[in-house]
Ligand binder design. Structure first.
Ligand code: B12
Ligand code: SF4
Length: 452
């Protein structure tokens, strides 16, 4: 038998001829029906050249260079389990929906593949490229969902669907063919600006003005995930004996970690989603009686006795004992791999900035970092916000000339600024006290010392 006569080759050629005959854009109405039949609760379509996703074009090409269009998939979570203060119930709902939305994306991809259309289903959340430094996820689903008209990010930063509200999870399918009609973004924001999410978050990760304290959420909510797991293994390795280990990590925490490893990692909170009244299907009880809504959905979360993980010298460390004296506060280190690459390090500072601690500081700091790759950067603290730029425009209050590693040590607090200045290691033009104040805007990096 020649290669041409081989059954697999003949069937492939037949399919090729069929695919060539439907080579134009995929019919949007047909595709929508297909996605809903696969289990999606809503879908929207976005072309690869849309400006809203331009910043992700490189990452999209890195995983599927043939991408011409994207399908944004929304799957609903059941509301009551997500609202429950009991973590097992809420986590089960999160994980089931994550599996479901992944399966839906996979089914859609299979159906397209069977019709000769190349497609790739992304991952909803985990697994991610967690081993590498920097961002672990490939593509961010939220901006795609916004562009596809699936909702808009609310004050709490999650996408709120106009009908299902915050109780949704997202995924994206990359498609190697254009789609006949693209979806438009929503022309209003479903968020009501009620700020219940601000009140619900035990570590005040969500600010009244929409600021987001990444490090506070990551340290508490993700205690059983990623770098925080590495911290747990650190305790295991550093403890002299089982007694010391149990002093550092309680039996309850160890068993919780066992459960996370055996089943799926448990989120500690996600309260910002639980209390959100936005969305046509959700809003009724809130409009009927706001006080009753708060009593039913917010107060049980606030009253819950639980461990809250906070970074040393963070806003949450001060705030949680005052606001929630019945919750136990435990210190945990900043467990994101702090890179010695100055660009990543400065970016990391935007994730750990503590706005309450920055109150009263209004200053611009120029950094001239020396080392293998000299870097010029400018940090501005104003009105309890931090901005970082890699250009130096205009006069700075303080200019710091120093080697890159000094910056790292400064944040670890294993650094005596006065001595470094005296020894000529660091040169400061301006008020050195402002530098102390700047350092105080960040939690203490590095491992936590335990007296044993
Ligand atoms: C990173 C991430 C997080 C981070 C940051 C959250 C955030 N606001 O972006 C942390 C760990 C804190 C987090 C927490 C949660 N997440 Co999350 N998370 C993601 C992920 C992987 C990417 C998000 C993203 O694109 N952000 C970029 C832009 C759009 O968001 P941003 O707010 O402007 O950016 C912030 C961060 O992303 C961060 N960041 C940006 N670039 C980089 C780079 C590095 C190296 C680092 C470390 C951080 C970082 O800094 C920004 C400022 O805080 C997506 C899954 C995915 N692949 O898309 C899920 C996703 C956003 N998460 C989700 C959920 C459900 C949660 C939690 C409720 C977890 C839970 N189940 O308990 C909480 C909610 C916290 C909150 N209020 O936002 C859902 C949201 C669904 C929805 N309705 O929108 C998503 C879409 C997963 C999914 N497939 O459905 N998450
Ligand atoms: S809880 Fe209120 S403020 Fe927060 S996202 Fe939902 S509607 Fe917006």
């Amino acid at each position: 038998m020649t290669l041409e006569e081989h059954p697999a080759v003949r069937r492939h050629k037949e399919k090729q001829a069929q695919a060539a005959s439907d080579e134009g854009p995929i019919d949007a109405a047909w595709l929508r029906d297909l996605c809903l039949a696969c289990g999606a609760d809503d879908v929207g379509f976005v072309g690869i050249n849309r400006p809203e996703i331009a910043s992700q074009a490189f990452d999209i090409a890195s995983v599927f260079p043939k991408t011409k269009a994207l399908i944004s998939i929304v799957c609903r979570m059941n509301r009551e389990p997500v609202r429950s203060p009991q973590r097992s119930v809420a986590n089960q709902e999160f994980h089931e929906t994550y599996d479901h939305v992944n399966n839906v994306a996979r089914k859609i991809t299979r159906m397209l593949e069977d019709r000769g259309i190349r497609a790739l289903n992304l991952v909803s959340a985990f697994p991610m490229e967690v081993g590498r430094t920097g961002k672990g996820w490939i593509v961010g689903h939220k901006p795609i969902a916004e562009a596809a008209g699936m909702g808009k990010m609310g004050l709490h930063r999650s996408v709120i669907h106009p009908k299902f509200g915050s109780f949704i999870l997202l995924d994206t399918v990359l498609v190697g063919r254009e789609i006949s009609e693209e979806s438009k973004p929503l022309d209003y924001a479903p968020c009501l600006d009620c700020k219940l999410c601000v009140a619900a978050c035990p570590v005040e990760a969500i600010g009244q003005n929409g600021s987001f304290n990444f490090s506070a959420c990551y340290t508490h909510n993700y205690r059983d995930f990623l770098g925080n797991f590495v911290d747990w293994t650190g305790h295991l390795a550093d403890s002299k004996n089982r007694q010391e280990f149990r002093e550092r990590v309680s039996d309850g925490e160890n068993i919780t970690m066992w459960q996370s490893l055996s089943f799926k990692p448990g989120y500690k909170a996600a309260y910002c989603m639980s209390v959100c009244p936005a969305g046509e299907d959700v809003i009724g009880p809130y409009l009927d009686d706001r006080i009753a809504f708060t009593r039913e959905f917010l107060q049980p979360l606030q009253a819950k006795e639980e461990i809250i993980y906070v970074l040393p010298r963070s806003d949450a460390e001060t705030l949680v004992p005052k606001r929630y004296p019945h919750k136990e506060v435990k210190l945990a280190p900043w467990a994101v791999n702090t890179s010695s690459d100055p660009y990543s390090f400065f970016f990391g500072l935007t994730l750990t900035f503590q706005k309450r601690r920055s109150k009263g500081l209004e200053a611009r700091f120029d950094f001239n970092l020396t080392g293998d790759t000299p870097v010029k950067a400018s940090m501005k603290v104003s009105d309890q916000t931090l901005s970082v730029e890699f250009v130096q425009n205009g006069p700075a209050d303080v200019t710091l000339n120093m080697p890159v590693d000094c910056l790292l040590h400064m944040m670890d607090r294993d650094f005596d600024l006065g001595r470094a200045i005296a020894s000529g290691q660091v040169n400061i033009e301006g008020d050195a006290e402002l530098v102390e104040k700047l350092i105080d805007c960040f939690p203490e990096y590095g491992d936590i010392e335990y007296a044993s």
